[in-house]
Every structure is written in structure tokens, then in C-alpha cells.
Design a protein around this ligand. Sequence first.
Ligand SMILES: Cc1cc2nc3c(=O)[nH]c(=O)nc-3n(C[C@H](O)[C@H](O)[C@H](O)COP(=O)(O)OP(=O)(O)OC[C@H]3O[C@@H](n4cnc5c(N)ncnc54)[C@H](O)[C@@H]3O)c2cc1C
Length: 410
Amino acid sequence: MTQYPVHVAFPGRLIFVGFGSIGQGVLPLILRHVGIKPDQITIVTADEAGEKVAAEYGVRFVKHPLTRENFKSVLDPLVGRGDFLLNLSVDVSSIALIQLCWEKGALYLDTCIEPWPGGYTDPTISPAKRTNYALRESALALRETMKRAPTAVLTHGANPGLVSHFVKQALLDIATDTGVEHGDPGSRDDWARLAQKLGAGCVTDVNALVVEGDDLVAGRYAFGGATVAREKVTTPVKVFAVMPKTFSAEGATAGAGAVQTPSLTVESRVKVVDKRAKEGDHVNLDAAPLIVGVGRGFNAREDLALGDELAGALGAVVGCTKSLADFEWLGEDRIIGLSGAKTAPDLYLSVGISGQVQHTVGVSSAKLIAAINKDKDAPIFKLADYGIVGDLFEVVPRLTEEVKKARAGS
Ligand SMILES: Cc1cc2nc3c(=O)[nH]c(=O)nc-3n(C[C@H](O)[C@H](O)[C@H](O)COP(=O)(O)OP(=O)(O)OC[C@H]3O[C@@H](n4cnc5c(N)ncnc54)[C@H](O)[C@@H]3O)c2cc1C
């Protein structure tokens, strides 16, 4: 049998958090090169991945997804003074685990810097605070508070952590190198014109941007919102027009980038001959903080009065599915989704809406989603934070009454 060098003896316990491909690859190496027995090792992970590998090596396997709420109680009996936590997970906060290890006197090693789920995508947090750069800053800040703690080693995080440094510099370089007056583009059209002027490839309706190697890859909905296309621009100058409210417009707080607001004068072959206000009731769903969405669960146009009344009580704006606009029960301005508004209200209350993806792409950025539907299996419930399974003709009037009472009392 091959003899491998054992570099160090480790008498404590070793806890793997996460056991994906890295964990499964690393376990045999640890058993090979570190003086440790399988019964000193425990794997705590979110799913079955690697269970057979753990069994093969005689290592205890605990399937218990760690959350903000449970990580301390799950890890408490497993980590103590002189032990070692190896974090190979995603969606478990590195900062939280480092703090726990420091409290317990355990060593810590990480392959990345991870936030809790949603840490990269939570629209209520500024984009700068969602980067790995910001996570790294918070990890570094820990040093000041816990100077005599055991060692924690973690990496910078490549995407978007390290990348954010390069992107900032690259943006400054592009502006300098091309010497283009780029004005103050504020709309998709402006960005498209700017792209044309720069000879740059342009992707519009972008809802995600990630750096992969040397490429900036944009995500945008495709096939009616059923899937997300990943698109790469190959021209040296690239323009990405992001969907409204995908990223909040706060200034970057990390790093030394500067926001520039130059002027844009671009000749267009489009000649504006007249401007007229659109007829019918006009609503601005983009800016509405509260929206009541109505769908085909309402049997007839007259029934929509129920939705209006609920919206009135809440101080909300009424939006609808495309189906209702197709019936001409409500104007096209009220459509939410792929063919209409992409909203990000504080509350989206969906009533009698099934929750097809073409609709939900317009509400997925809402801070809170509540749904009323008589079908407990309606897809909208997968997205909703709160749901009422019931007949809207019974639920909505009662809810309206309760809202009115609550408002009168406040
Ligand atoms: C290219 C393309 C683009 C599209 N763009 C959009 C878009 O931008 N926005 C959009 O909304 N749609 C869009 N659609 C249409 C979309 O696919 C769905 O057909 C539409 O969203 C469904 O609307 P709905 O939920 O009102 O109706 P349905 O899917 O028919 O759902 C009605 C729901 O009401 C519930 N219900 C019925 N009666 C009651 C009751 N008494 N009480 C409680 N619940 C009840 C039912 O259980 C059901 O879940 C698009 C489609 C395509 C192909």
C-alpha cells in the first residue's frame, strides 16, 4: 500500500461545514496527510451530496442545513477549544462562523467569504454592501475586536470581491481611453445610443452581471421569462443597461471609484413630431410602494371593485396580469411582468393570480409578497412570503374590513 507523508498530527475534532465537490476532494487528502482519524471528523452539510463518500471513509455525516437561527445550536456540541472548522459551504455566513470559532477557541479555514442566503441579491442592501469586497472589509474589521482569538484564514473571494477592484479601474480607463462624451444616459434608449456611438456591444434588460475570467457576463430573461439567458459582449467597450430597480442607485461606499455625469448629445434618426399624454387612467407602478395585483380569479370586470376597495383601504395602486389587460378590463399601464412593469414595491399583494413566470418576473424584487388564491398549489405561493388559500370573494371583503379597522384605529 502506498505510504503518504503525514505532515502534522491533529488531536482535536475537525468539522467540515459543507461537503460539495471541494469537501469530497479534500477529505481523502486530509486523512492521507494529516494525523487524524475518521472518528475525529464530522461533516455538517445541507443535503445528501457526498454522503456515500463520507460513509466510505467512515466519517460522521450530519445533514442539517445551517441557518442564521440554528447554526449555533447545531455546531455547539461539535466545535470546542482546539478544534478546527473547515468551511466549504455556500449560503452560510463566513463572518458568523468565524465569530463562533473565536468564541469557542477553534481554528477556522475558509475557501471564500460567503454571506447568508440573499446576501448578494437583497435589493434592500446597497450593491456596494453586497459585494465580496464588503464581506472582506467586515472580516478584516473583526481583527480589531478579537485580537487574541485563534487564527482564522479566509480568501478574498474572487467574484465579485477581487473583481470589483478591477472593474472600478477598468471603468475609469475606458472613459479616459475612448475620450467619448458620454453624457448622462438615464434610459435604455440612451444607453443603446451611447453603445452605438462607442461601437460597443450592448445588452439591455440586464438583471445580473457577473465576471467570469476575462468576461463580463450579463443575465437577462429569455423565452418569455421562462429562463435566464447569459450573454457576453465581445467588443472592447461594453454597455449593459440594467432593468429598473435591479440594483439600487446608492453611491458605492467601498473603494475609491468616482461617479461621473458627463453630457450626452447623440444624433438620432428618430424625429419627434408631437408629444401627447396617453389616454385612459395612467398609473406609475414602478414607483408604487404598495401594489394590489389582480388576476383572472376575478370572474368579471365588475368584480374588480373588490380589488379597488382593498387597494383603496391599503393606499395601494392596482396592477394586473396581462390576461386582464387583454380582456380590456384594465389598461396596459397596469400590466405587471414581462410585457409590463417590473416593480419593486414594499408589499405586493396578489389576488386571484396563478403566478406564471411571465407575471412574477415583474414582482420578484418586491420586499414582501402576499398572495390570495383558492388553489393551494398555485405557483404564486412558491414566491409568496405570506399566503391565504381561499376564495377571494370571501377573503378580500373581510381583509378590506380588517385593514379599514386597523387604519381607523391607528
Ligand atoms: C410572451 C408572453 C408574455 C407575457 N407577459 C405577461 C406579463 O407581462 N404579465 C402577466 O401577468 N402575464 C403575462 N403573460 C401571460 C402569463 O403567461 C399568464 O397567462 C398570466 O399571467 C396568467 O394570468 P392570471 O394569473 O391572471 O390567470 P390564471 O393563470 O388563469 O390564474 C388565475 C388564478 O386565479 C385563481 N382563482 C380563480 N378563482 C379564484 C377565487 N375565487 N379566489 C381565489 N383565487 C381564484 C386560480 O386558482 C388561478 O391560480 C405573458 C405570456 C406570454 C406568452
